[in-house]
Design a protein around this ligand. Structure first.
Ligand code: ATP
Ligand code: MN
Ligand code: MN
Length: 365
């Protein structure tokens, strides 16, 4: 009589792209801990542990309830001994000593600070740390360091761009971008992507995909947009990366974060309302990414730039292992067929096959 219908016994998928994830995180105390441990592993170039902590965090974000005892972990994928030990520590003591150790670690704190500067990667941060520096002031005061143009902008606008971008600011930037692009090509396609497309309330930047319905016309779009933003006096920094797209190249077997589309990493000056009588600058510097794929790659570029990183990683893993296909930001390839799928329509069909019911609740930051 106590027979359970098979459909009521829901198993949780190991793939983020197969899990429903709402914006509501019932397990933030655990996912925050995993985010710190993943970041520390990244700083130490421990790829395996880094991935394990990120996977665990992604899984816990998808649960419809809070974990309240280790019994709740039974049957869940993506949790190893290390991650389970962290959860059990938090359940028992309210915090995890490993996480506390990382937070107090001098190297972690310093690398985190240095990599928070736009244009500073792990290698550069380590170099500065090895010089014995602990603050941004010390780094900036060193005349022996040659800063890139990107890092100079990073220091100059540090306070603004290290503050979160809110939805209203993203929408305001979106309006400026949309209006400016319309002046160049009235039929252009401008799509907000990244975390804000997933419904996040705030982010570290604003991401846009821009293209034209006519193939090939998109190659002029980004340069002209940059020109116009510059003429409006609101472009504080930009770095255009030209397209290196090679249609004959097959996607790499390994997860490939980079794509070959023309893109631009920019900093835009956004006017803001000031509280009456306050003496302060009336604008905020906002980090903006533009990507300009040709329209026949648009669906894949949009999928790839929507994120989250874990969702993208698992979508590629799912395609490879469960569908014997290769997915990247450009296309979806059927490994069982010897040829490259050329027609957009074929690609769309295959895309539908991989993500049969891809919709908002699948995404999660
Ligand atoms: P945040 O709020 O921190 O900006 P986000 O999810 O929007 O969160 P981004 O770093 O802006 O994060 O990247 C958005 C998505 O675009 C990522 O999930 C990633 O898959 C993709 N992406 C980012 N940078 C690149 C790149 N250089 N090449 C290809 N894809 C990228
Ligand atoms: Mn973003
Ligand atoms: Mn971005």
């Amino acid at each position: 009589d106590q027979y359970l219908e098979p459909s009521t016994v829901e198993t949780v998928s190991q793939y983020a792209c197969q899990r429903r994830t709402t914006m509501e995180n019932h397990n933030q105390i655990f996912t925050d801990a995993f985010a710190i441990l993943a970041e520390n592993a990244e700083f130490n170039e421990s790829e395996g542990p880094c991935l394990a902590f990120m996977r665990a965090a992604s899984l816990l974000k998808s649960l419809p309830h809070a974990i309240s005892s280790s019994k709740d972990l039974e049957g869940l994928p993506c949790l190893g001994d290390q991650t389970k030990a962290v959860i059990e520590d938090i359940l028992e003591y309210g915090q995890c000593s490993k996480v506390q150790d990382v937070l107090c670690d001098d190297r972690y704190q310093t690398i985190k600070l240095f990599t928070s500067v736009f244009g500073v990667g792990l290698k550069t941060a380590e170099k500065w740390y090895r010089k014995g520096f602990h603050s941004l002031e010390e780094v900036q005061a060193d005349n022996a360091i040659h800063f890139t143009k990107m890092q100079k902008a990073g220091f100059l606008y540090y306070d603004d761009i290290s503050a979160a971008v809110c939805k209203a600011e993203a929408q305001a930037i979106g309006q400026i971008v949309e209006e400016t692009v319309r002046l160049i090509a009235p039929d252009a396609i401008v799509t907000l992507t990244g975390g804000f497309r997933r419904g996040k309330e705030c982010g570290h930047d604003v991401d846009f995909l821009i293209t034209t319905p006519e193939m090939g016309k998109e190659v002029w779009l980004l340069n002209r947009l940059i020109n116009r933003l510059q003429n409006q006096g609101i472009l504080l920094y930009y770095d255009i990366v030209e397209s290196t797209f090679d249609k004959t190249r097959l996607p790499c077997r390994k997860f490939e974060a980079m794509d070959h589309f023309q893109k631009c990493f920019a900093i835009i000056k956004l006017k803001k309302e000031l509280a009456a009588g306050r003496v302060q600058k009336d604008w905020k510097a906002i980090r903006v990414d533009f990507v300009a794929p040709p329209v026949d790659n648009f669906a894949f570029a949009l999928l790839g730039w929507t994120g989250s990183r874990q969702f993208e990683r698992d979508l590629r893993r799912f395609a490879r292992h469960e569908r014997k296909m290769l997915l990247d930001n450009h296309a979806l390839y059927d490994k069982t067929k010897k040829y490259l799928k050329k027609k957009t329509t074929n690609n769309y069909l295959a895309l539908n096959d991989v993500c049969s019911d891809l919709s908002e609740w699948h995404y999660k930051g």
